[in-house]
Design a protein around this ligand. Structure first.
Ligand SMILES: Nc1ncnc2c1ncn2[C@@H]1O[C@H](COP(=O)(O)OP(=O)(O)O)[C@@H](O)[C@H]1O
Ligand SMILES: [Mg+2]
Length: 338
């Protein structure tokens, strides 16, 4: 995770639009981020901010139409995976990039045994025979903490609890030893204790397997505990990004600052999270010419209405790392940026 290491994944200027009868929805607007080897990037932002569409765009999981990736590059190593054929992308997906989504489209199939579903990527991507795939699948289920793994291979998804099913999903995502794991709110549907167990599992696997991870969540408390860097999204854009300690200590964007105030207290009032920010997220009918957060922002001024702020580096020498924010207001001076 050395700071100078070449990114395993480098996303540049990604733009995704949904073409609907009611007009275009600009779900992802010029999103850029990268991931260094072994790094865990936390992605936060309230519902509808474009987190899932960003990740699904880059591995080609969006239905096209209505989705259209209009611009951008997604470099996996040296290959732009937006430019490769559907067949080639299929070889990347699940092999070099593993993913766990909340979306039912990508979750377990109720009509096949769990064993079958863990064996599938091993046979398809790794060319293993049945016997090899079976043995490796048992190992994987064991790795993600499923008791009595060999016996459970022939069980169906409904015979597993929600937490155990999510462990199976993680086993499938890890099956081919991917360079990158994308986890999109993988614990949201689980109760708090199981959530904590899954998070512990991912921390442990990350140390063991050394892959880079994108972890999307509503829960800033989780991010604080596991991420190296945090990316904050709002209105289909990245509004702030930085090393986790720096971002928590010196949040710059008014949206990030508001989000941090919503971290549930240790007394466990979780339902208050994110909802305390007044106002509505934007409707993304056009690529924004103003700051998308302006209507909810306590610090906005005239410029915010006419210019969508670009991301500006504000990294401090003291922390030596990149921290950037897309805002015309300077949190440090309390006035406009010079
Ligand atoms: N199939 C679709 N058709 C039209 N709009 C969509 C579709 N899927 C997502 N969107 C829009 O894209 C935006 C971003 O959604 P999403 O990435 O799912 O948000 P998040 O994951 O941050 O909650 C939302 O405004 C949503 O309404
Ligand atoms: Mg989502």
């Amino acid at each position: 995770m050395a700071d100078g290491a070449k990114p395993v994944l480098d996303v540049r200027g990604l733009q995704t639009v949904f073409r609907t009868r009611g007009g275009d929805i600009h779900a992802v607007n010029s999103v850029s981020f990268h991931l260094k080897p072994g790094e865990l990037l936390g992605v936060v932002g309230e519902s509808g901010s474009g987190k899932s569409v960003t990740m699904m765009s880059l591995i080609g999981l969006l239905p096209m139409p209505p989705a259209e990736v209009r611009a951008g590059e997604v470099l996996l190593g040296d290959t732009d995976i937006l430019k490769i054929s559907a067949e080639e992308l299929q070889k990347v997906r699940g092999r070099r990039i593993g993913f766990v989504f909340q979306d039912p489209m990508t979750s377990l199939n109720p009509v096949f045994t769990v064993g079958n579903q863990v064996m599938e990527p091993l046979r398809w991507h790794m060319g293993m025979n049945k016997k090899q795939a079976f043995a490796r699948a048992v190992e994987l289920l064991d790795l993600v903490g499923i008791p009595d793994a060999a016996r459970r291979m022939k069980d169906y998804p409904h015979q597993f609890s929600g937490g155990m099913r999510q462990r199976v999903m993680i086993a499938i995502a890890l099956a081919c030893d991917p360079e990158v794991l994308i986890a999109d709110e993988p614990t949201t549907a689980l109760d708090v204790t199981i959530q904590a167990q899954i998070i512990e599992l991912v921390k442990e696997l990350r140390t063991k397997l050394g892959m880079a991870i994108v972890w999307i969540t509503h829960d800033l408390g989780v991010i604080a505990g596991i991420a190296d860097r945090v990316m904050v999204m709002y209105g289909g854009q990245v509004v702030e990004q930085g090393p986790v300690a720096e971002l928590f200590a010196n949040p710059q964007h008014p949206y990030t600052r508001a989000l941090l105030k919503t971290i549930p207290s240790v007394t466990g009032e979780r339902e208050t999270r994110l909802k305390v920010i007044e106002g509505q997220p934007p409707i993304l009918g056009a690529a924004p010419s103003a700051c998308p957060f302006m209507p909810r922002c306590a610090h906005s001024f005239a410029r915010c209405a006419v210019e969508n702020p670009p991301r500006r580096p504000i990294g401090r020498a003291e922390v030596g790392w990149g921290h950037d924010v897309a805002c015309h207001w300077d949190a440090r001076s309390g006035g406009p940026h010079a």
